[in-house]
Design a protein. Structure first.
Length: 487
């Protein structure tokens, strides 16, 4: 298989990584290969199906690959760990896509590395399937994300609470450099390395900043803006990352490291998904403020690059970080306005739309209304009360209050220039019919793990690839879980 590697991370020097080859597995079999993504990356796919299992399990190194485990540190649940690193993943190499942008190809589950500590360096099949489904769904929902290029089974068990089949996922990102990568060098007070890393990232992911007056401040500003936009999109999708540790925050503004993540069914401001997140640090409603907390950790690592004068450096960082709240709020409101069919208009203050949206979310929170179905049904309501309103009522306990809200919404719609039909179409283009619901992912994993049946995974994946299109016979994928199905 021809992969046009152009590896630059390796040129940063030994301190940045540890060269390691994947540990071969017994009997790799391909579950899924993303031909469309492979083509976008310039990978010749003619023999792909024959070779993909070997290449994307790590059993066969493609020409030009220079596998390495990246070094990074990170704050895990607010506690700083000076050395984490790729303990079960390897950067296979970097390629330039047909779009001219540069991408990292990463294998996850390929065996022990220098950074594995007590881990086995392996991944169970379940998390591989989950990441494949959710990251590719995020991509078609237009939320910046790492992509999934391939998923394989290894033919070897991994020991978790019980023995589980093993898997390897191949992920593609604009960068696998994390906030924690900067922290790794800053914690060692190796600011030459911080500068090298910053220059590498700017050249690769933010080339437009290279000529800025202060490229490092401009870099923090750009990362801040991408994160604010990204987290706003998570909130608009009902997505909970679950483990927003600084080692799981990409400097390229992409969703990275799909662990105990989930899309909410029943709306709850304070929903938590990760069982290890006992304090609710990474609860849904905390995500925006955690974004700023993580960016502040990034800013700290860059201070010596900002200015020789420490006070001037702190001032520069603060000025950028102070912009986060407003940047987030404006991305959030614009997206929520779109979900509610509201375009910016002269006669309405943003604050009024914000109050309208927040009141809807409060109603949803009280009734634990299904997040996606609320917006799905809202997108199909006319600008006058009708029979269809009952579809929305069905999700709420207090119908009268829903009607009060609908009355206000419809008054607001009268200020819109667009027709009712155009407004509905616009809403349906941003409010998905299908999201990767946790109970459906679980069903796909159960079938694969317990019966070696991947058809459930394939069908779910196919449905999720057209999230805005109502698909015949696929109603069950829209539905919220029954109480006994909740994972
Ligand atoms: P994560 O929870 O995936 O963000 O991982 C946190 C850290 O633990 C990273 O350094 C991982 O590489 C490491 N890690 C997680 N699982 C394993 C494993 N099975 N073997 C080795 N290292 C692991
Ligand atoms: Mg991680």
């Amino acid at each position: 298989m021809q992969i046009p590697f152009e590896n630059r991370y390796v040129t940063l020097g030994e301190g940045f990584f540890d060269r390691t080859s994947p540990t071969p597995v017994k009997k790799p079999e391909l579950i899924e290969f993303n031909y469309a993504l492979a083509s976008e990356l310039g990978i010749a796919t003619d023999q792909a199906s024959a070779l993909a299992a070997d290449v994307f399990s790590g059993n066969r190194l493609p020409e030009g690959a220079e596998p390495l485990a990246m070094a990074y540190a990170g704050h895990q649940f607010a506690h700083f760990v000076p050395q984490l690193g790729d303990g079960r993943a390897l950067l296979l190499g970097e390629v330039t896509g047909l779009d001219g942008a540069r991408y990292d190809i990463h294998l996850k589950g390929t065996g022990r590395t220098f950074f594995s500590r007590n881990g086995d360096g392996r991944s169970a099949l379940g998390p591989v399937l989950r990441e494949y489904l959710v990251s590719e769904a995020m991509n078609v929902l237009k939320v910046p994300t790492t992509r999934a290029l391939a998923a394989v089974t290894t033919g070897e068990p991994v020991a978790r609470e019980r023995l589980l089949p093993g898997g390897v996922i191949t992920r593609v990102a604009s960068s696998f450099v994390r906030v924690g990568t900067f922290q790794y060098f800053a914690a060692r007070e190796d600011y030459d390395a911080v500068r090298l890393l910053a220059d590498y990232v700017i050249e690769k992911n933010y080339p437009q900043l290279a000529d800025s007056k202060n490229p490092y401040v401009a870099f923090l500003q750009a990362v801040m803006e991408r994160q604010a936009a990204l987290i706003a999109q998570w909130m608009q999708s009902g997505f909970i990352h679950g483990v927003m540790n600084t080692d799981n925050m990409s400097i390229a503004g992409e969703t990275i490291d799909y662990g105990p993540c989930a899309f909410m069914d029943a709306y709850d401001h304070d929903q938590v998904f990760s069982s290890i997140d006992r304090q609710g640090r990474y609860a849904y409603s905390n995500q925006p403020s955690i974004g700023l907390w993580n960016l502040t950790r990034l800013a700290e690592t860059l201070l010596p690059l900002f200015d020789e004068d420490p006070q001037a450096a702190v001032n520069a960082a603060q000025q950028v970080l102070q912009g986060y709240a407003e940047s987030y709020a404006s991305h959030w409101l614009a997206g929520m306005q779109a979900k509610c069919g509201l375009t910016a208009c002269r006669h309405i203050k943003n604050q009024e739309d914000k109050a309208l949206v927040e009141d809807l979310l409060d109603l949803m929170d009280e009734s634990h209304a299904d997040f996606s179905l609320t917006f799905y049904h809202l997108s199909r309501l006319a600008d006058q009360p009708s029979e269809q309103d009952k579809n929305l009522h069905a999700l709420f306990a207090d119908h009268a209050r829903v009607d009060d809200w609908l009355t206000r919404w419809r008054q607001r719609l009268r200020l819109e220039a667009q027709s009712n039909q155009a407004r509905q179409e616009a809403m349906q283009a941003v409010n998905p019919v299908y999201i990767p619901r946790n109970h459906q992912i679980e069903a796909a994993i159960r079938a694969a793990e317990d019966q070696g049946d991947f058809s459930v995974f394939h069908e779910l994946h196919a449905v999720l690839q057209n999230p805005y299109l109502q698909q015949e016979g696929k109603e069950k994928y829209m539905q919220a879980p029954e109480p006994e199905e909740v994972v």
